[in-house]
Design a protein around this ligand. Structure first.
Ligand code: PEP
Ligand code: MN
Length: 341
């Protein structure tokens, strides 16, 4: 349920509404706009139904939120959410470039690549230390020693770090380094993990599952938001279709549709959808022109030697030129590259 306060509502009237919401065992989510305050009352449907706020002092109207996801919904919050992450902005008129290797392999590869992407204008550095792999026999990341290399890359460049958490048991060491915790496509519906991340409070980049609908993605985001963590970035990374000419089908329609449905920022991962380097640029440009809030792209100094996802990695030496073209495509959608401090 959403309680729209009058423009003239006083702080005391707003507090009284929040008290009433908490009084029935629901959670109040106030959103203070320039003109009016809107308060979401989220909780058990029967508890919320007991609220009788029509006509209460300062209340303009009470509206039911129809979507099954409440906190992620545009119904609750009309303006786009904009997050400030380690000095980088994501959302609104900012376009955040997140770049780095699929997996952390060595100091030289990690810190060297971080320097390259920073100089080219990236806002954040990505790299996996815990890799979800289709085969249980494949390399699954350097774990804690990989996290230490990410910490070095951050100390060296100042770039905020985006890294994947595969298992809630590794949360503590990941929290020491990650500015944004990535939830991989295969974990999108790992509700225990999502709940833990909601409680951890660190920004989350939530990847769309291989066969997930947009509603399922938003319901997964809701698990994180519900725990009081508002910083969720949605990520379209390609879905499984009958087409086999490329790794996954990049669903570019997800960008405008998610923006119709939700206030959360939307980024695109062209690398995992494409599976091939030559397709990364056209998909990056298309995502930027379609209004994405950023891209998360894989780069590597020497993809032929990469342990993981080499065929789709952009070569470090080619990255700056790619960024120049992405900047132009983002401008078409009225966005400017977000810089890291
Ligand atoms: C990755 O970002 O390296 C990754 C494994 O992505 P996804 O979860 O989208 O497959
Ligand atoms: Mn990868």
């Amino acid at each position: 349920m959403m309680i729209v306060m009058k423009a003239t509502a006083t702080e005391a009237e707003i507090d009284a509404v929040i008290d009433r919401i908490q009084g029935v065992g629901a959670v109040a989510h106030p959103s203070r706009g320039e003109e009016i305050t809107v308060i979401g009352a989220i909780g058990d449907r029967e508890h919320v139904a007991r609220l009788e706020l029509e006509g209460a002092p300062g209340v303009a109207k009470v509206v039911r939120i129809l979507k099954p996801y409440k906190l992620a919904s545009k119904e609750l919050r009309r303006e786009p959410s904009v997050f400030e992450i380690g000095g980088a902005r994501i959302g609104g008129d900012s376009f955040a470039l997140i770049a780095g290797p699929c997996t952390v392999e060595s100091r030289e590869q990690t810190v060297g690549t971080a320097r390259v992407v920073k100089d080219a204008g990236a806002a954040m550095f990505r790299g996996g230390a815990y890799k979800p792999r289709t085969s249980p026999y494949a390399f699954s990341g350097l774990g804690e020693s990989g996290l230490r290399l990410l910490a070095e890359a951050k100390a060296e460049t100042g770039l905020p770090i985006v890294t994947e958490l595969r298992d809630a048991r590794d949360l503590e060491p990941v929290l020491e380094v990650a500015d944004v915790i990535q939830v991989g496509a295969r974990n999108m519906q790992n509700y225990t993990l999502l709940t833990e991340l909601g409680r951890a409070g660190r920004p989350v980049l939530l990847k769309r599952g291989l066969t997930a609908t947009l509603e399922e993605l938003l319901m997964a985001a809701e698990y994180i938001l519900k725990e009081g963590n508002p910083h969720v970035i949605l990520c379209e990374r390609g879905i499984r279709t009958f087409e086999t000419s490329y790794r996954f089908t990049l669903d570019l329609l997800a960008i405008p549709v998610l923006k119709e449905l939700s206030h959360l920022p939307v980024v695109v991962d062209p690398s995992h959808a494409a599976g091939r380097r030559s397709l990364v640029e056209p998909m990056s440009l298309a995502a930027a022109a379609a209004g994405a809030d950023g891209i998360i792209v894989e780069v590597h100094p020497n993809p032929a030697e990469a342990i993981c996802d080499g065929p789709q990695a952009v070569v470090n030496d080619d990255f700056a030129a790619l960024v120049g073209r992405i900047e132009q495509a983002a401008a078409v959608a009225g966005k400017v590259l977000s810089a890291a401090v």
